[in-house]
Design a protein around this ligand. Sequence first.
Ligand SMILES: [Mn+2]
Length: 252
Amino acid sequence: MPTRNKLYFASDFHLGAGSYAGSREREDRIVRWLDSIKDDAAELFLMGDVFDFWFEYKTVVPRGYIRFLGKLAELTGMGVKLYMFKGNHDMWMFNYFEKELGATIISDELKIERNGKKFFLHHGDGLGPGDGFYKVLKNFFRSGFCQWLFARLHPNLGVGIANYWSEHSRISHKKKENPKPDEQEWLVTFCREELQTNFYDYLIFGHRHLPLDIQLTPQSRYINLGEWVNYNTYAVFDGDNVTLEYFERVDS
Ligand SMILES: [Mn+2]
């Protein structure tokens, strides 16, 4: 029996973005990754924007992703603890994954301590300075009223509008995000502020679509998980240290 002692973190698969074939190819790659970690993973943190769009009606869920969802069911069935964070693309996850996969849905941040190390985990949207319009929009989208309203639309219309919207996003066109100097990275600013009042060894986010590993203080690091259209990056905690890894890396 292998020991389950590792924590795995990944984000921004954006399943459903781009062409059907492209998304399927990405889904297959994620399934291979899940296969490769299933024997030593104790906990798996999928930190948002796993789906490019997700909405669950009372009786209906979006089509697709059966290999991915089946593989997650296999992992949770083997005893891997699964956390799914709401991203800005898939904030409308309710209780379907809880019920079907035994997942714990995380709405905002999750603070955990493992093996004496402290973690601050969040998708990364709506944090730090600026972005006031998005923060207002996020509150509205997350309101019961907005969700009730959207659920009244026929799925062909509602999901159709969402997919049309998503086709215009950068990630659908495989565009890579550009790094900014540290002082302009709003998540770096957020981390530095958070560290004024609380101590964390690791502050881990997605959303930025850039694999980043930034030493904030001698004890604390900001890690961004990148995305799975261009990078296939994930982080792993082996009980001692967190490293940022590339799955099936072909180029740089
Ligand atoms: Mn995001």
